[in-house]
Design a protein around this ligand. Structure first.
Ligand SMILES: Cc1ncc(COP(=O)(O)O)c(C=O)c1O
Length: 439
């Protein structure tokens, strides 16, 4: 199914200390980094500067959807960069038009704006909401507690977690937070100034919490009733990670649509739900940085000429890479693989949770977006000063596995969508070895 990538040559020089010294002297210390420096990768594996191999089930935080050093990504980069890298959005280029068409075909009738990151894609949605409500004096956006929407000033105002806001007050005005999966709370927070609602289909940084189908369908009805834009942040849970292109399509799969009031053809629940805007980034470029947002047809021309722009948005290079990534994902049916490998990992982890309930409290998620909930009160995690999730991730590193912490006691698995079963088995074995001896 997946291209066979030859293993890279072993690296023998361990430059870890020298690299760390460069960072300490020259890089803004805004990230708490783990004690590993990587030099290269191949498929689902990464190699550190000492030549040690790690199985990467973190995928660069849900970015490397085809794994590392995928030959088709390299080929697209080489082919397109030898023709045209950038011309600016003063002109037309074919790859941007073709990628927009591909995304519209995967979501529904609408149009796409291209940018460079998830935070920037969400900024676009915030501006869309303000433009939409502007003439009626509506500007507020309701988001949910525990959400994550990026680190820009408006992104931290939108994010429903205090820790990202601290020290950066005053907050950008116009955001309110309500509990997730709670329709009554959302209804109660709507004011005459409300213009939009923004949610993640599966809360990612907040600890892998999926929306319920009832919540999604209820939100659509509520937004229609109150004339609000329904916006989805699909940055982490999008791009087939849940098995379908967008998480709402997966969550609403098999859900009965409500009967339409008119006698028109019955639509699927996902089509009935169709949001008004969706932000995307992370896996879109398979590691090449890019973001985008899709706007549903009735609102697709709200951001007219001169209202929104970014120099690097939708360069021919970024779009050619994203088109190739999509082509591989669809050709190799990696959405189906995400479902199958997700189920395989979740079943194995549930078995581990049953065997070691004092270390693992539970497992949740959809497809290859999986959260392992640690028992925060386990003695092995006490008296270290670090969150249990960080301690556990560190122990997995020592055992040769990369995972991603979320909050104080959730560890996330966000592996490449082309993960093989043998790699999933290897990951489970490593996790079991650490769970069996957590101290
Ligand atoms: C749901 C969600 N939205 C937005 C962002 C921000 O994306 P970026 O880091 O590309 O700005 C993230 C990043 O983790 C995310 O998970």
């Amino acid at each position: 199914m997946k291209e066979i990538i030859p293993p890279p040559p072993a690296i023998v020089r361990n430059d870890m200390a020298a690299i760390q010294a460069l960072f300490q002297k020259n890089v803004v210390p805004s990230y708490a980094r783990f004690e590993v420096a990587f030099s290269h990768g191949s498929g689902s594996y990464l190699y550190d500067v000492a030549g040690r191999r790690y199985l990467d089930l973190g995928g660069g935080i849900a970015v490397c959807c085809l794994g590392h050093a995928h030959p088709e990504i390299t080929k697209a980069l080489v082919e397109q960069s030898s023709k045209l890298i950038h011309v600016s959005n003063l002109y037309y280029t074919e790859p941007q038009g073709r990628l927009a068409e591909a995304l519209v075909n995967l979501i529904g009738p609408g149009k796409v704006f291209f940018c460079n990151s998830g935070g920037e894609a969400n900024e676009g949605l915030f501006k869309l909401a303000r433009k939409f409500g502007h003439d009626e004096g509506r500007f507020e956006i309701i988001t949910t507690l525990n959400s994550f929407h990026g680190r820009t000033l408006a992104g931290i105002a939108a994010t429903g977690q205090e820790k990202v806001k601290k020290g950066f007050e005053p907050a950008v005005p116009g955001f309110r937070h309500v509990p997730y999966n709670d329709l009554a709370a959302l209804r109660g927070a709507i004011s005459p100034a409300t213009a939009a609602v923004l949610i993640e289909g599966v809360q990612g940084e907040g600890g892998i919490t999926p929306a319920t189908p009832e919540y999604l369908l209820g939100l659509r009805a509520l937004c229609d009733e109150k004339k609000l834009l329904l916006l989805m942040d699909g940055v982490q849970d999008g791009h087939f990670r849940t098995g379908r292109f967008q998480s709402f399509q997966r969550i609403l799969e098999g859900v009965a649509p409500s009967t339409p009031a008119n006698s028109g053809p019955r639509q699927s629940a996902a089509l009935q739900f169709l949001p008004d805007g969706i932000s995307m980034a992370k896996s879109l470029g398979g590691g090449f940085p890019m973001g985008a947002f899709w706007v549903r047809a009735p609102f697709a021309d709200l951001l007219g000429p001169g209202t929104h722009a970014t120099t690097f948005g939708g360069t021919p290079l970024a779009c050619a890479v994203a088109l190739r990534v999509l082509e591989v994902v669809q050709r190799e049916k990696l959405g189906d693989n995400a479902r199958a490998m997700g189920e395989f990992l979740k079943t194995g982890l549930a078995r581990l949770a049953q065997k070691h309930p004092r270390v693992i409290r539970g497992v949740r998620g959809i497809g290859l977006l999986i959260g392992i909930e640690l028992a925060a009160d386990h003695a092995a995690f006490a008296n270290n000063g670090k969150a249990p999730s960080i301690q556990f991730v560190n122990r997995l590193h020592e055992a040769g596995l990369l995972t991603i912490p979320a909050g104080s006691h959730i560890v996330r698995l966000l592996p490449p969508l082309n993960l093989r079963q043998s790699e999933a088995e290897e990951g489970l074995k490593i996790i079991e070895s650490v769970v069996a001896k957590p101290a």
